[in-house]
Design a binder for this molecule. Structure first.
Ligand SMILES: N[C@@H](CCC[C@H](N)C(=O)O)C(=O)O
Length: 253
């Protein structure tokens, strides 16, 4: 918060590296914006995003658990505007703002949750190859897009997988889950309603009403610690470019 560490794309990539860094789908820096806290969100490839739905919830959890905030609701500033998070007995719920349905692009439903999403309904999400960025129309999405696939598993209940812009396939995307909830309702001709969204990492609850959309689910801090930016960014880029020094071998069992 005192800006003593400047985040850069390289530092974000290094922090998110699952082998040489801490590992993560993104980095959230706590900054100030007037009387509010600002969520400075970076994807794991070092790009910025306007919004992160799970990010806002875990950001709020962090502020509450570290004593930076108190009470049962908190306003978080993001690049997409202010989002309010509510502390509930079973997790954290956030007012995600009104979704904007942008139209159809390449047979998918394009939705803005502050950040761009493209949503497809499919028979089985297990059959989708998410090892690389799914094709999209870059004139429709000049800033890139998060692409989600969902299948219906019951009334008001879907399963989804997502390929996130700047991170690849992740186990959960809160803005993606909200976009999926909106699309699942929209395809049935409904503008409002509630949808349980199962992601590979767990379960989220999406509600859409006349004014806004809501995302609820668990948000858990799993570790605290310190990282050294200099050693992180000084790491070898790849073993091919930086072979083990002469005489230093991997330990043999
Ligand atoms: N990859 C997204 C930003 C992160 C979204 C996030 N995982 C979420 O929970 O919403 C983007 O570039 O828009």
């Amino acid at each position: 918060m005192d800006e003593s560490v400047e985040l850069s794309p390289d530092l974000v990539v290094a922090l998110c590296d699952r082998r040489f860094g801490i590992g993560g789908d993104g980095v959230l820096r706590v900054a100030r914006e007037g009387a509010r806290y600002f969520m400075d969100y970076w994807n794991s490839d070092g790009s910025l995003s306007e919004m992160c739905g799970n990010g806002v919830r875990v950001f709020a959890r962090y502020l509450w658990e570290t004593g930076l905030a108190s009470g049962s609701q908190i306003e978080v500033a993001t690049r997409a505007g202010v989002r309010t998070a509510y502390l509930e007995w079973d997790g954290i719920r956030v007012d995600m703002g009104a979704p904007r349905i942008l139209g159809i692009s390449r047979d998918g439903l394009a939705i803005s949750m502050g950040n761009p999403h493209l949503v497809y309904e499919v028979d089985s999400v297990d059959k989708i190859d998410l090892s690389r960025q799914p094709a999209y129309d870059d004139t429709f999405f000049p800033e890139g897009v998060n692409v989600s696939y969902f299948e219906r598993v019951g009334e008001g209940h879907v399963r989804m997988r997502v390929y996130e812009r700047g991170s690849g396939e992740t186990f959960s995307c809160g803005t993606g889950a909200t976009a999926v909830g909106v699309a699942a309702l929209h395809h049935l001709g409904d503008a409002t309603g509630a949808v349980t969204v199962d992601v590979p990492g767990g379960r989220l609850r999406v509600t859409v009403d006349e004014q806004t959309s809501w995302l609820a689910g668990p948000a858990v801090l799993v570790a605290t610690g310190e990282a050294d930016p200099a050693s992180l960014t000084g790491r070898p880029v790849s073993p091919a470019e930086h072979p083990w020094p002469q005489g230093r071998q991997r330990a043999q069992r």
